[in-house]
Design a binder for this molecule. Structure first.
Ligand SMILES: C[S@@+](CC[C@H](N)C(=O)[O-])C[C@H]1O[C@@H](n2cnc3c(N)ncnc32)[C@H](O)[C@@H]1O
Length: 230
């Protein structure tokens, strides 16, 4: 991986470089997996998400890309985010970018969520290797359950778990997100059909957000909470 001068932290950057390299080794398996579904992507419909076949991903990183990670870091710094919630931690790559921002904002917490036990174990190790364990609480299990009792004000949300659950997770967090808070969501073009109602919710001003799809990776939805929903 190229330099990560935005983070400006050799220890964190070394861990991220290793994790991004390991993730890139899985690219071939992912391309083969998606091969039958690629025509949909080229026709602008996106890849059909199959919620019944998720075991394939149990050992896959499928992380955000470095430029998205730097973007997350910068936005979290810009709004002085102290409390960040992440749907879909996997091996902890996005968690590490976000926790670096929280640390550099003079402290706070990233609440991670991950349903695959082995990923939780590895993510905790990776976060510790980066020296960020003080800033991270990874909740193991279904985020729809593990976030149910969460009741702190939230500054920043990353939605990067299974797409068919994205809107349900957002609706759990929505009352907690402060005005000026940010929601960022990965892959809204790649999984266009599955995320359609989710994006429509965020792009409807009546729901209290202003939202636009950025041309980062497979479409990154960038949303700002402007007020309570009407
Ligand atoms: C795309 S990956 C996340 C990648 C991660 N954000 C990164 O950048 O490294 C999606 C993750 O969400 C997890 N996941 C899916 N459904 C979940 C649920 N209901 N609760 C918690 N985690 C879930 C999957 O196991 C998978 O590891």
């Amino acid at each position: 991986m190229s330099k990560l001068s935005v983070l400006n932290d050799a220890r964190v950057e070394t861990v991220l470089a290793r994790l991004h390299t390991e993730a890139s080794k899985q690219l071939g398996a992912l391309i083969l997996h998606y091969l039958p579904k690629l025509p949909g992507l080229f026709l602008g419909k996106g890849i059909q998400w199959d919620q019944t076949k998720t075991e394939f991903y149990n050992d896959k990183y499928i992380p955000i890309e470095p430029n998205q990670g730097e973007f997350l870091y910068l936005i979290a710094r810009a709004i002085n985010a102290k409390t960040i919630v992440e749907f879909g931690t996997s091996f902890g790559i996005s968690t590490i970018y976000l926790a670096t921002a929280v640390r550099d904002n003079d402290g706070g917490i990233v609440i991670g969520t991950e349903i695959v036990h082995e990923k939780v174990v590895q993510a905790r190790k990776n976060v510790a290797e980066a020296g960020l364990q003080t800033y991270v609480d990874i909740r193991e299990g279904d985020a729809l359950e593990t976030l149910k009792t969460f009741n702190q004000t939230v500054d920043f949300v990353l939605i990067d778990g299974w797409t068919h659950l994205a809107l349900d997770v957002l609706k759990i967090l929505d009352p907690l997100i402060r005005p000026g808070g940010i929601v960022i969501s990965d892959n809204v073009n790649t999984f266009k059909d599955s995320l359609k109602t989710y994006v429509e919710f965020l792009q409807n001003p009546a729901n209290g957000y202003r939202s636009s799809t950025l041309n980062l990776k497979g479409g990154t939805e960038f949303s700002i909470k402007v007020k309570e929903a009407s």
